[in-house]
Design a protein around this ligand. Structure first.
Ligand code: 13P
Length: 255
């Protein structure tokens, strides 16, 4: 049984004080929901505040939005895996489409970061997904297979034991246009099959695959009821504490 995992990718939003008031409301609304794993992924500057607030909250984990592939040294503006670990960060998002399209992160870069994350004992959330042009050209499977192969290169099944994948079709991110549950399921089933080919059946059966792209309280259940959708990576709707709690509760109803 794969435990469903819902992550709040706050992107470049939420100061420390905004994060704090979000958590006041969110944790109250969440109650003692334990069937779903929840991950809060703030900007680097709010990590320590959120970490402190979550230290006695069971079942809500902390994640980072990015990390360096390097261990330490002269890399101005970068943050290492060890720095994140010290703040009790458990998860790290790698290869988000905004990192890929705005900051030139290739599969090779994502792969180097993934190796660094594994070494730092951070659980990676590796993002993949096609653009609208690629979908219209009928290239969805080709794109996803190439991203998986490139991003996961050189890792063993044991090393990606704790990894999570996130299928985020670029055309559904921040657009209000969600993939239909059937479109998402089709992509997730293909991703799972490909993981089986790259590693083994046990790994693919265990691998959690999140969907991301305009997830809202009112479309969560239909997505989460699909057999290969194991959670969501939520952007816009994760900035509103009540909406995000509602997404977690809707997921719990499908767990
Ligand atoms: P939205 O939920 O705002 O579409 O963002 C999705 C996303 O990019 C999560 O990582």
């Amino acid at each position: 049984m794969r435990k469903k995992i819902i992550a709040a990718n706050w992107k470049m939003n939420m100061t420390q004080s905004e994060a704090s008031s979000f958590l006041d409301t969110f944790l109250r609304e969440l109650g003692d929901e334990k069937t779903v794993e929840v991950v809060i992924v703030p900007a680097f500057t709010a990590l320590s505040k959120v970490s402190e607030r979550l230290s006695n909250t069971q079942g809500v984990r902390l994640g980072a939005q990015n990390m360096s592939a390097e261990k330490s040294g002269a890399f101005t503006g970068e943050v290492s895996g060890a720095m994140l670990r010290e703040l009790f960060v458990r998860y790290v998002i790698l290869g988000h489409s905004e990192r890929r399209s705005l900051y030139g992160e290739t599969d090779a870069v994502v792969n180097r970061k993934l190796h660094a994350a594994v070494e730092a004992t951070l659980k990676p959330i590796v993002c993949i997904g096609e653009t609208l042009e690629q979908r219209d050209a009928g290239d969805v499977e080709k794109v996803l297979a190439a991203q998986l192969k490139g991003s996961l290169a050189g890792l063993t099944a044991k090393e990606i034991h704790d990894a999570v994948l996130a299928y985020e079709p670029v055309w559904a991110i921040g657009t209000g246009r969600t993939a239909t549950p059937e479109q998402a399921q089709e992509a997730h089933a293909f991703i799972r099959k490909t993981v089986g080919e790259l590693f083994d059946e046990t790994t693919s059966a265990k691998m959690r695959i999140q969907y991301g792209g305009s997830v809202k309280p009112n479309n969560t259940e239909a997505l989460m009821r699909q057999p290969d959708i194991d959670g969501a990576l939520v952007g816009g709707a994760s900035l509103e504490a009540r909406a995000f709690a509602e997404i977690v509760h809707a997921t719990a109803r499908c767990a």
